[in-house]
Design a protein around this ligand. Structure first.
Ligand code: CA
Length: 242
């Protein structure tokens, strides 16, 4: 199963790049490595990667810019590798559509765990056949919206599909499946598979504000995802399933 997943590593430091390649190949993944952003753009245009490990600090292009470019065209999993300690890069990276990040220096075991975690949320490998059709369809309807958990799609009342990143979709799924109940930030972090985040992490708040911008008529006065101050969030609409 692991060998069906294709991972792109974009990292300019030779030692780190070689370490990442051997680490992930040892886990059975198909791995392609690039040193420059220009190479990565070409590779992304030619192959269907399941996940990209993206170093933010590259000689020819800012990794944050690459994350935004790639995310605009694809829902590939993106894990940022950053040696910068500032929260701002993590928050901006998540805003740009990255799914997760690892701060250098990292423990190999932690990196592998995050890769596995994100790939688990990706189903099945892009190289493999995707199950389509009526079987396994899992619909959620609320306030004119339709969410298909199997197809991982969200359609608004006008029939327009709204593009969500993987983390946004997973978070919305958790909220919708617990509609009417307040979920804590910890519960929501669990739901998006990020058990490594620290308690002060703003990931959930960032994801919620992104969802609000995409879904709320007025993101400043939300009626869909409500804030429970100091605790978490609640999905307000009544949800029907069929
Ligand atoms: Ca670098």
């Amino acid at each position: 199963m692991a060998r069906d997943y294709h991972i792109l590593i974009l990292e300019d430091e030779p030692a780190t790049r070689a370490m990442l390649v051997s680490l992930l190949e040892a886990e059975g993944y198909r791995v392609t490595a690039a040193e420059y952003a220009a190479q990565a753009h070409e590779l992304v245009a030619h192959y269907s990667f399941d996940l990209i490990l993206l170093d933010l600090n590259l000689p020819d292009e800012d990794g944050l810019y690459i994350a935004r470019e790639v995310r605009a065209k694809s829902d590939v999993g993106i894990i940022m590798l950053t040696s910068r300690k500032e929260d701002i890069d993590r928050v901006v990276g998540l805003e740009m559509g990255a799914d997760d990040y690892v701060t250098k220096p990292f423990f190999p075991r932690e990196l592998v765990a995050r890769v596995k975690n994100l790939l688990r949320r990706l189903s099945p490998p892009r190289g493999g056949r995707r199950a389509e059709g009526a079987a396994g369809r899992d619909l959620r309807r609320f306030d004119g919206w339709e969410m298909d958990l199997a197809k991982r799609s969200l359609v608004d009342s006008a029939g327009r599909e709204v593009n969500l990143t993987r983390a946004e979709f997973d978070l919305l799924t958790a909220l919708v499946n617990s509609a009417g109940r307040v979920l804590s930030r910890d519960q929501l972090l669990d739901a998006i598979g990020s058990q490594f985040w620290t308690p002060v992490d703003r990931t959930i708040d960032v994801l919620v504000s992104r969802l609000r911008r995409k879904m709320e008529a007025d993101p400043k006065s939300p009626t869909i995802i409500l804030t429970s101050h100091g605790y978490g969030y609640k999905f307000a609409p009544t949800v029907s399933t069929e």
